[in-house]
Design a protein. Structure first.
Length: 391
């Protein structure tokens, strides 16, 4: 029997050789068919941070990832025995913490999983978090819940010099709906702004998540506390004040709403030329020349209470009610640099306005407005802005 098998085999081989490898009478060549089976993926657990890791940033995620199986239990336990809150994916593929770690602490991650073969396995990792040389606080503008104008910049102020500016930008997430192109720009080592390429679209919702806690920001500085805000963009209110015509044209959502007679800065006090962003709005406000270096009791000084005042710059430029110059409004420039208008017009403009609205001053004969003076960010061309400023 064995000899026959061998003979059949030999004859088949000979015929195939003589026929050039084709089958006899159109039959299909015989072949041994085998189904390739991939070997099972070995079960493994990947823990981050790794065992014995040191100087771990508390704001970075603790993660466990399972391959070749799934996680069944994960616990990150502090040196005081407290378990850190976390979330396990529905499919058991991964886990991550949902609350931050503490500074200068030791933690142990214990992860248990089950491979495809049903066998259980456990891995552990013990690590320590960084102890900062200094923690930095962060303040920001605007704040949660505010409605702002189409020129609003999102400004962030640290109380410590930031050397790793890329890390700070990564920690501060600015999200707009609808999606809006924008970028960060550093005015100095403590102050960074985020603004869109063009004025905001009315109705946009902007969410800020400044997740700086536990993040290394360079030179041993770490963030102290996260900050969050959700802000809405109101109507497009843009005012153009012309020092040559002595008129301010106010448009709301692209349509002219009112033309206001104004008086800008007189000779030697010319109003700076440029695009301002409304900073704050006030009523019954005391205008004081000493706030920009001119003593109130000097010949050029003043301290005057006005019914309506809206700040446009840190250097003391406001638009405000000025009943004493109504005769000059629309005819000549007589102010100390502010934009004078009647009480009625100032009250109307403030009533339709929000901080973040845009005021453009042109033909005043004044110097160019500095972009760092208040929130005058639109003075910086977009290509320059995108470069990031003083990084």
């Amino acid at each position: 029997m064995g000899v026959a098998v061998l003979a059949v085999a030999g004859c088949t081989a000979a015929e195939s050789a003589q026929s050039g490898g084709t089958s006899v009478a159109g039959s299909t060549p015989s072949a041994t068919s085998t189904t390739a089976t991939k070997p099972p993926v070995p079960f493994a657990l990947a823990l981050t941070p790794a065992d014995k890791a040191a100087e771990v940033s508390p704001g970075e995620l603790v993660t466990v990832v399972a391959t070749g199986g799934k996680l069944t239990a994960v616990a990150v336990t502090g040196q005081d025995g407290r378990v850190v809150a976390g979330a396990l994916a529905a499919d058991g593929a991964n886990w991550q913490n949902t609350e931050p770690l503490g500074y200068g602490k030791t933690y142990t991650t214990t992860a248990t999983g089950q491979g495809a073969d049903g066998k259980a396995s456990t891995s552990t990792s013990t690590f320590t978090t960084a102890k900062p040389k200094r923690q930095t606080a962060l303040s920001m503008n605007p704040l949660d819940g505010q409605k702002v104008g189409v020129g609003q910049t999102f400004a962030f102020y640290f109380d410590t010099v930031i050397t790793d500016k890329a890390a700070a930008e990564k920690a501060i997430q600015v999200t707009a709906n609808p999606v809006t192109e924008g970028a960060f720009y550093w005015f100095n080592d403590k102050e960074v702004h985020w603004r869109p390429k063009e004025y905001w679209k009315s109705g946009t919702t902007v969410t800020v998540n400044a997740a700086i806690y536990g993040k290394s920001l360079g030179n041993g500085v770490f963030g102290r506390e996260d900050r969050k805000a959700t802000v809405t963009i109101g109507d497009s209110v843009v005012a153009v004040a012309d020092g040559a015509t002595h008129q301010m044209t106010v448009t709301v959502n692209g349509a002219v709403a009112r033309t206001i007679p104004v008086s800008l800065g007189k000779k030697a006090h010319e109003t700076p030329v440029g695009t301002y962003t409304v900073m704050s709005e006030h009523t019954n406000y005391v205008m004081d020349s000493s706030t920009y270096g001119v003593p109130a009791d000097s010949a050029a000084g003043y301290r005057t209470k006005v019914a309506v005042a809206t700040r446009m710059s840190n250097s003391g430029i406001f638009y405000h009610s000025a009943p004493w110059s109504v005769r000059d409004q629309g005819a000549r420039n007589v102010s100390h640099g502010c934009i004078n208008m009647s009480t009625d017009n100032a009250a109307w403009l403030q009533s339709i306005s929000n901080k973040g609205d845009v005021i453009v001053v042109q033909n005043s004969g004044g110097p160019v407005l500095e972009p760092w003076d208040g929130l005058s960010v639109w003075q910086v061309p977009w290509e320059t802005w995108k470069a990031g400023g003083k990084k």
